[in-house]
Design a protein around this ligand. Sequence first.
Ligand code: C5P
Length: 234
Amino acid sequence: MKTVAIIPAAGSGVRMGTAKAKQFLELNDRPLLALTLDRFQQCTVIDAVILVVPLMDVEYCRTSIVNKFGLTKVVKIVPGGERRQDSVRLGIEATGGIYGLVMVHDGVRPFVDSDLIERALDACHENRAVITALPANDTVKEVDRDGFVKKTYDRQYVWLVQTPQVFRYEDLISAHKEALSRGWKEVTDDALLMEKMGIPVKVIPGSEKNIKITSPADLEQARCCIGALSNPDF
Ligand code: C5P
């Protein structure tokens, strides 16, 4: 079965507080998104990549990221939607249904590696849906609107979910269509749609390195990981 990676990178990055969206900030003289895409370029089990970015950045991504860094596996660059779930759906629709497996990976997680991608894909040959996650080290509590603790979760069953996540094309497209027609909102990852559809989701170990760069503190951590870098916006 052929595998396509969908990379949602169409967020506006308001939490970062910089002029540029976080996926375009630079680490080691490269936009963070170029680093993420290069991980998929280098990984032999990935056949193609579909990149989803803000409409206004499609041409910039084509010339200054995909062409400039020789990311030949990127077969399409499509404009994203209002929410992450819209961006992923638009990416899936752009595949044309020619790939059996779909891997979804956040554009702002540049430290994914071939080992993680291959392990997730391998697991999807025996399972309908696979997610990567880390066991929680901290205690997780549910807090009400007034700031009081409502509930404490048993930590041994709490996992912090990352991407990549892998799905069968047919499952993912039908789950996203169902979400659209039923108005399911707050779909923060695609596995949630599988849960709603009654499809079992297998959890495999993620990677400590595979951080999501969301805040200035994350960018600082990424700088430490990658060494020297230049970033005029930060
Ligand atoms: O929103 P969150 O920080 O979880 O975003 C994870 C990924 O989803 C990021 O790479 C972001 O650019 C992408 N995203 C998107 N379209 C949106 C919102 C977020 O592709 N409308």
